[in-house]
Design a protein around this ligand. Structure first.
Ligand SMILES: [Zn+2]
Length: 392
C-alpha cells in the first residue's frame, strides 16, 4: 500500500520527542550488563503498563530476567510486525545517561536502549492515532544478546515457542544501508594433541606425532579451503571464508609439545548451511588426524546462520516506502557487517528480519552517542513501516 500524505503527517506529528527521550533515559539509567537485565526489564515493563498496555513476562529460558512482551492488536485481519530489542549491554564500566548538544549519551544509548525507546514511541503513536489498518504489533525485549556473556537463549526461546511476528525489525545502530543478507558465522578452536609426555627434541622416539607440524599443515589446509570456497558468493553478503587468527604451541625451542591450539572463524553466505559447513570442517580434521597420528578435537560455536531476504518481500517494500516518506529516498541495499539477533530470526527462525536503527556511534565503547533526531526518525519509520506492512 502507498502511504498517504495525511498518514505520514499524522505519524510525524504524533511522535513526541520528550516522551521518547525520557523513556530512553529511564532505560539507560539502569545498568544492565548481559545476564543482569532483570531490573531494566522491570523498568520497561512498568513504563509500558503506565501507558496502559498489557505486559507479559515470559521467562524465555532465563528466569533471572523474564522478557518484556506487549501484543497490540487491531482485531482486524492483517500481519503482525514484531519490534525486537536487547536490553543488555556489553560488560564495560557503567556510563550514566546525559543529554547534550542534541545527543543522548550513556551505556546502551546506541546499543540499543535508544532504539528500544524509539519503537516503544512508535507503538504509542500507532495506538493514539489509531493508524494501523489491520494486524498488530508484537514487542519483545530481552537479555542474553551480547557475547561472549550471552548465548541468545531468549530469542531462541521466542522462536521455539512461536512468540514471533510475520516479520521482525531490530533497531541496532545500522542506518546507512538496508541489510538484505548476512553471513553465517562460527568461531572454532581446534586442539591437536599427541599421547605421551613432553620430551627433549633429541630423545624423541621414532615416529612420534608432531603437533606443531600438524598445526602448520592444518593452517595451510584451511587456507586452501578458503581459496576453494571464496567463489561461493552472494550479491550483498560477500563470500564464504575461513580465517585463522591465532595459533599456539610449545613451551621451549627444543621440546616436543603435547598440544597445538588454533582459533579462527568460518563464515558462509548460503542460508541453512551451518550444519553442512561444520561437517566439512570436521571431515578435514578427521583426515588430518589420521594422516598425522594426532588426536584432533574442535569446539565449534555457531554465532548465527546465514540469511537472505528478497527485495520484493512485503516487509522490505513497506520499510522502503516508510523510509522514503521520511527521508525523501529509499535506503540502498547492503550487507549486515555484524551478526545480530536478526540473523537468528531470519537464519534459524525463517522470519524475515530487518536491522535498522539510529545513525548512532560508539557501540561497545564508553562513548555511546545517539542523536535525538535519529531516535525520532526511527520511531517515525517504524510506525509507518507497520502501517504499510500490517494492513497489507
Ligand atoms: Zn546491539
Amino acid at each position: 500500500m502507498t502511504l498517504s500524505k495525511s498518514v505520514i503527517e499524522r505519524i510525524c506529528q504524533a511522535v513526541n520527542v520528550d516522551r521518547l527521550l525520557s523513556t530512553a533515559i529511564a532505560l539507560v539509567e539502569i545498568p544492565s550488563p548481559t545476564r543482569s537485565g532483570g531490573p531494566v526489564a522491570e523498568r520497561l515493563a512498568e513504563l509500558l503498563r503506565a501507558d496502559g498496555f498489557t505486559v507479559e513476562r515470559p521467562d524465555a529460558d532465563w528466569p533471572e530476567a523474564p522478557a518484556v512482551v506487549v501484543r497490540y492488536n487491531t482485531g482486524k485481519p492483517g500481519r503482525i510486525l514484531q519490534f525486537d530489542g536487547h536490553l543488555d549491554t556489553v560488560h564495560l564500566p557503567f556510563v550514566p545517561p546525559r543529554v547534550e548538544n542534541g545527543n543522548l549519551y550513556g551505556s546502551g544509548s546506541s546499543d540499543m536502549k535508544g532504539g528500544i525507546a524509539a519503537f516503544v514511541e512508535a507503538l504509542r503513536v500507532l495506538r493514539e492515532t489509531d493508524s494501523l489498518p489491520g494486524g498488530g504489533i508484537l514487542i519483545t525485549a530481552h537479555d542474553h544478546h551480547e557475547g561472549p556473556w550471552g548465548d541468545r537463549r531468549q530469542v531462541n526461546a521466542f522462536i521455539k515457542s512461536g512468540l514471533v511476528g510475520d516479520a521482525v525489525m531490530l533497531p541496532e545502530y545500522l542506518a546507512t544501508q538496508l541489510p538484505l543478507a548476512g553471513r553465517g558465522m562460527s568461531i572454532f578452536e581446534v586442539r591437536i594433541k599427541r599421547d605421551g609426555v613432553p620430551v627433549h627434541e633429541v630423545f624423541r622416539p621414532a615416529g612420534l606425532p608432531d603437533v606443531v607440524k600438524t598445526g602448520a599443515e592444518l593452517v595451510v589446509r584451511l587456507h586452501q579451503l578458503h581459496d576453494r570456497i571464496k567463489s561461493i558468493t552472494h550479491p550483498y553478503a560477500g563470500h564464504d571464508s575461513v580465517f585463522v587468527g591465532r595459533m599456539q604451541a610449545g613451551e621451549i625451542y627444543n621440546q616436543s609439545p603435547l598440544l597445538c591450539t588454533i582459533n579462527g572463524t568460518r563464515r558462509w553466505v548460503t542460508p541453512g548451511q551451518g550444519p553442512a559447513v561444520r561437517g566439512e570442517f570436521e571431515a578435514l580434521l578427521a583426515q588430518l588426524a589420521e594422516e598425522s597420528g594426532t588426536t584432533i578435537e574442535v569446539d565449534w560455536e555457531q554465532q548465527g546462520e546465514a540469511f537472505s531476504i528478497a527485495p520484493d518481500h512485503p516487509i522490505v517494500t513497506a520499510f522502503q516506502s516508510a523510509y522514503a516518506a521520511i527521508t525523501g529516498a529509499p535506503l540502498p541495499y547492503g550487507a549486515k557487517p555484524f551478526v545480530d539477533d536478526g540473523s537468528t530470526y531470519a537464519g534459524s527462525g525463517g522470519i524475515p528480519a530487518l536491522t535498522h536503527g539510529p545513525l548512532a556511534t560508539g557501540a561497545h565503547t564508553l562513548n555511546e552517542e545517539a542523536p535525538i533526531a535519529e531516535l525520532v526518525r526511527v520511531a517515525q519509520v517504524y510506525a509507518l513501516t507497520a502501517i504499510g506492512f500490517c494492513g497489507g
